[in-house]
Design a protein. Structure first.
Length: 126
């Protein structure tokens, strides 16, 4: 006997399927990469909770300090990932590896914001 399927409201393949009960299935952007030291670029990353009750967090990227001075100031880039507030996160491989490379090459600190996503959170979700 075949299992019953939920009725689909919107099929936005290859990204997301929205069912009539407003539950969702993400078809893309669910892969994640853990933070840590990237040996290829020498950039260290870590996740920091900003507001645990809402799930708001950020991933921080810091390049190797190549200066002899430990008090070197770095420029800061605040990065908002793509995905239309529906898919992807700072933990996504595409953004993680790109920001490791950018932080290393530009020698800057980066904060990648992990904002909330629809449909779990109502507008304004970010």
């Amino acid at each position: 006997m075949a299992s019953p399927t939920k009725p689909i409201l919107f099929n936005l393949s290859p990204f997301i399927i929205i069912y009539k009960d407003f539950s969702i299935k993400r078809l893309a952007g669910e892969d994640i990469v853990d933070p840590g030291l990237d040996p290829a670029t020498g950039v260290s990353s870590k996740d920091v909770d900003i507001n645990p009750s809402t799930g708001l967090y950020a991933r921080l990227y810091l390049p190797i300090n190549r200066s002899s001075s430990n008090a070197q100031k770095l420029p800061l880039l605040v990065y908002y990932h793509g995905g239309g507030f529906i898919i992807e996160s700072p933990k996504s491989p595409n953004y993680h590896y790109y920001l490791n490379s950018l932080s290393s090459e530009a020698h800057m600190a980066i904060v990648s914001v992990g904002y909330r996503r629809a449909l779990e959170d109502c507008l304004p979700i970010a």
